[in-house]
Design a protein around this ligand. Structure first.
Ligand SMILES: [Zn+2]
Length: 299
């Protein structure tokens, strides 16, 4: 027997509006591109959830009750489309768990009609692929793409992250947001993790990483200091430089070293290059320290 919370009928207006606010009826979801997909919270099993009458209820169950009526006792709400987030009335039916399983097995052998073949689809697969390339490879902004393809920005986001048009070609961007325009779009989440790991071993400079990954050393500095890509895991390099020092090339230095560098240069015995070599940073970094363009807070 299926155990599920009964849902009070009718739902209150505020519950109805909370439900509909989280439904995306635009095309591109599900195997035939016409699912109405739940955009709210989900359970780990992939079903949506919504708080109704103080209880967390499956979003598809709430959808059924709102659009079709009460769920017969002991029955579960199944999907014709096999898309657990789908809340579209005609994609839902009630059955036993055995019915649901048999239905899924049967459909597994069927050929499904995908997005482009569906009359509701606004975009073509070619456009989706192109949009993904423009986002990942050209760095076009979401709102620019939304305007170019005549869809809303949220749709673009879900397409480039592969939540919509899953079956269509084109590079899928990581679900992590691009934080700030100075983050190179060439980098992936894996690159960022690698950059932090490699740097944590202290065998390379930021400049070397910049060359290796084809980005500026300021970008590397931002990644290491977690000014960007904050949600991506990886080794955090903790040093005073990361907390309060300069960006870029001198993050290997610590606050303790700075007065020594300035004294050494003031003594007139060593060139910028020589000091840089000694401390493992560039002469430009040393020059900035001397001119107090960096580490200005250190005496
Ligand atoms: Zn559906």
């Amino acid at each position: 027997m299926v155990k599920a919370h009964p849902i009070r009928v009718p739902l209150e207006p505020k519950e109805l509006s909370r439900f509909w606010a989280r439904i995306d009826k635009t095309s591109g979801y599900g195997p035939d591109g016409c699912c109405w997909e739940w955009q709210g919270a989900t359970w780990p099993n992939g079903y949506g959830k919504l708080r109704v009458n103080g209880l967390n209820i499956g979003a598809h169950r709430v959808a059924y009750v709102i659009q079709r009526g009460p769920i017969p006792n002991g029955l579960c709400v199944c999907h014709h489309c096999d898309n657990r987030l789908c809340c579209r009335k005609d994609h839902l039916f009630t059955g036993t768990i055995a019915d649901n399983h048999a239905d899924m097995c049967r459909k597994g052998r069927q050929v499904v009609i995908r997005g482009e073949d569906n009359h509701a689809a606004k975009l073509t697969e070619a456009q989706v692929a192109e949009m993904r390339c423009r986002y990942v490879e050209d760095g076009d902004l979401t709102r620019v793409l939304a305007q170019a393809y005549g869809v809303d920005p949220g749709t673009v986001t879900r397409i480039v992250h592969g939540q919509k048009w899953k079956h269509a070609p084109g590079p899928i961007c990581s679900p992590y947001p691009r934080e700030g325009a100075h983050v190179s779009i060439k980098l992936t989440v894996h690159d960022v993790v690698a950059i932090r790991d490699i740097y944590a071993d202290r065998h390379v400079t930021q400049e070397q990483l910049a060359v290796q990954f084809g980005v500026s050393s300021a970008t590397i500095g931002d990644i290491l200091a977690r000014r960007t890509w904050r949600r991506v895991p990886g080794n955090v390099v903790k040093s005073p430089a990361h907390a309060a020092g300069s960006r870029g090339s001198c993050v290997k230095l610590t606050a303790i070293q700075i007065p020594g560098i300035r004294r050494e240069y003031a003594g007139g015995q060593s060139s910028l290059c020589a000091i840089g070599r000694k401390y493992g940073v560039t002469d430009g970094a040393i020059r900035k320290i001397i001119r107090r363009q960096t580490w200005s807070h250190v005496p």
